[in-house]
Design a protein around this ligand. Structure first.
Ligand SMILES: Cc1ncc(COP(=O)(O)O)c(C=O)c1O
Length: 463
C-alpha cells in the first residue's frame, strides 16, 4: 500500500483561474471529439443518454471508442490515448492480449455455450481457491450478480434480513446494495446512525430500510451498531479498500477488528473484491491485508476482459448452495468462453511476475505525481495499491465517505480530468474513480500521464 504525503503548505489557488482553465479545456475537448458528439446525437435516439450503461455518461458527451491495443485506445475521431481507464479496472491484461485471444479463439472453434459444466470452470475454481483463502467457488456474469448472490447466501444461511454496508460504497445495481452509495451531505444523518438513502428511484422503501450503513475505517462505530442490531444482521458487505471514492485504504487493524466483530455477532463478512480481486495482488485484498472473510465477490479483471464474475465461500456456506436450500443460478454462469479467458488470465498472464511489474509501474507513476505535487505545492496526495492509483485532490488524508465529500476539491479533480483527456490520457468518466494499469504500460505511457499532470500543475499554480 502506498500513500503519498500531502504537501504541508499548499499553494493558494485562484478560483477564477481554475474556472477559466476549465472553460478553455472544455472547448478543446469539444474540438478534439466532434465525431463522438455526432455519435452521441445518434446514440441518444436509441439508447437512453446515448450509452449502454449510465456509468458511461460523461459531460459534455461520452468519448466513443473504436479500438484498443496493449496500453492504448483510439476514439472514433482517431485520437490515440494511453489507457488509464482500462475498462473501469478490467483490462490489466492489456487490450487485445494475444494469449487471451488465442484461448478464446480456440474455445470458439469448440463451441461457445453449453450451460453444462466444463473442465474450464473446474480449473478456474481451483485457481481461485489457490489464490484466495476460500475453498468453494461459483460463477456469475458480473460484479452485480456476484454481490447479489453473496447477499442471498448470507441471508439464506443466517435467516436474518438486515444487510450492513459501508457508507458511500458501490457494490453493483441490485436493490440490497443501491443504498447510501453517493448520498449528499445533507442526507447522511448522524454518523453513528446514518440514514439509508436509496440511490435513485425504483427501490421499494421496505428493501432500502433493510440495508444499513456504517462509516469506513471505524470499527468502534461498527461495534456500536452491532450492539444494537447485531442479532438482525445477516451480512456485512464491504470493499477492504474503498475504490469508488478514489482509493481509501483501510487503517491499521481495522479489517482485523471487523473480522472479530462480525464473528462475535454471527454475521457473514463479504469482501467485495470486484475491483481489488485480480488487481492488487494474486489473492486480492484478502491476501494483501491477511484477513479472510466468509465470502469474496469477484468480477472485472478476473476474466481478462470478458463478462464474468465469481463468488468464493467457506465450506459452511457452500453446503446449502450445494443441496439447493439457497439458489444460485444463471444460464451463462461458467460460460466456456469466459472460463477460457479467465483461465488464460489467471494462469498465464497475471502471474506473480506480472503483479510485480504492475506494482513497479504503479510505483513509478505515483512517485512522479508525488514529485509534481511537492514541486507545485498542490493541495493533493497520492494513493496506490497494486495496479491501481490516483491523485486525491485533498491536502488531508481521506478515511471515509464523509471526508471525501468535505475535503476533496471537485473543481481541481474535474480540471485534471480534462487536462489528461485533452493530452492523450484516457480516464474513467467520473473523477471519483482511480486509474488501473495493465501489464502493457511502459515508461513512455507513464510519462504521458506525468506530462499532462505537469501541464495542469503549472497552469493552476501560475501567478
Ligand atoms: C466494488 C464493486 N462491486 C460491484 C460492482 C458491480 O460490478 P458490475 O459493474 O460488473 O456489475 C462494481 C462496479 O464498478 C464495483 O466497483
Amino acid at each position: 500500500m502506498r500513500s503519498g504525503t500531502a504537501t504541508t503548505s499548499a499553494a493558494a489557488l485562484d478560483r477564477s483561474k481554475i474556472a477559466e482553465l476549465t472553460r478553455r479545456e472544455l472547448v478543446r475537448f469539444g474540438e478534439r471529439t466532434p465525431r463522438s458528439s455526432e455519435y452521441y446525437d445518434r446514440a441518444r435516439r436509441v439508447m437512453p443518454g446515448g450509452v449502454p450503461s449510465s456509468f458511461q455518461t460523461n459531460d459534455p458527451w461520452p468519448v466513443y471508442v473504436e479500438r484498443g491495443h496493449g496500453a492504448d485506445v483510439w476514439d472514433v475521431d482517431g485520437n490515440e490515448y494511453v489507457d488509464f481507464h482500462n475498462g473501469f479496472g478490467v483490462m490489466c491484461v492489456g487490450h487485445a492480449n494475444p494469449t487471451i485471444a488465442a484461448a478464446v479463439k480456440a474455445q470458439v472453434e469448440r463451441g461457445t455455450h453449453f450451460a453444462a459444466p466444463t473442465e474450464g470452470s473446474i480449473v478456474v475454481a481451483e485457481e481461485l481457491r489457490r489464490r484466495f483463502a476460500l475453498p468453494q467457488w461459483r460463477f456469475t456474469n458480473s460484479g452485480t450478480e456476484s454481490t447479489m448472490d453473496a447477499v442471498h447466501v448470507a441471508r439464506g444461511v443466517t435467516g436474518r434480513d438486515t444487510i450492513l454496508k459501508i457508507e458511500g460504497s458501490y457494490h453493483g445495481h441490485h436493490d440490497a446494495v443501491m443504498v447510501s452509495v453517493y448520498p449528499d451531505l445533507e442526507e447522511l444523518g448522524d454518523r453513528d446512525d446514518p440514514v439509508s438513502v436509496p440511490y435513485g428511484a425504483g427501490y421499494p422503501r421496505a428493501l432500502t430500510e433493510l440495508t444499513r450503513s456504517v462509516p469506513f475505517n471505524d470499527a468502534d462505530a461498527l461495534g456500536r451498531v452491532l450492539d444494537g442490531l447485531g442479532g438482525q444482521v445477516a451480512g456485512l458487505i464491504m470493499e477492504p479498500a474503498m475504490m469508488n471514492i478514489n482509493i481509501v485504504p483501510p487503517v491499521e487493524g481495522y479489517l482485523e477488528r471487523v473480522r472479530e466483530l462480525t464473528r462475535e455477532h454471527g454475521i457473514k463478512l463479504i469482501f467485495d473484491e470486484v475491483k481489488t480481486g485480480a488487481t492488487i495482488s494474486p489473492g486480492g485484498a484478502t491476501r494483501r491485508f491477511g484477513v479472510t472473510p466468509d465470502m469474496i465477490t469477484l468480477a472485472k479483471a478476473t476474466c481478462g476482459g470478458f463478462p464474468g464474475g465469481a463468488i468464493g465461500m467457506t465450506e459452511e456456506l457452500a453446503a446449502p448452495v450445494a443441496d439447493g436450500t439457497i439458489h444460485q443460478y444463471g444460464t451463462f454462469n461458467g460460460n466456456p468462453l469466459v472460463m477460457a479467458a479467465a483461465r488464460a488470465t489467471l494462469t498465464e498472464v497475471l502471474t506473480d511476475r506480472a503483479y510485480a511489474k504492475l506494482e513497479r509501474t504503479n510505483e513509478k507513476v505515483l512517485a512522479g505525481c508525488d514529485e509534481l505535487i511537492e514541486r507545485y505545492r498542490l493541495p493533493a496526495h497520492t494513493e496506490g495499491l497494486g495496479a491501481k492509483g490516483c491523485v486525491v485532490f485533498s491536502a488531508e488524508p481521506i478515511r471515509e465517505y464523509r471526508d471525501y465529500l468535505t475535503k476533496v476539491d471537485d473543481d481541481l479533480s474535474t480540471l485534471a480530468w480534462l487536462y489528461h483527456m485533452n493530452r492523450g490520457v484516457f480516464m474513467t468518466p467520473g473523477v471519483e474513480e482511480e486509474w488501473t494499469l495493465s501489464i502493457a504500460h511502459e515508461d513512455e505511457h507513464l510519462q504521458r500521464y506525468l506530462d499532462a499532470f505537469e501541464a495542469f500543475s503549472r497552469d493552476v499554480t501560475a501567478a
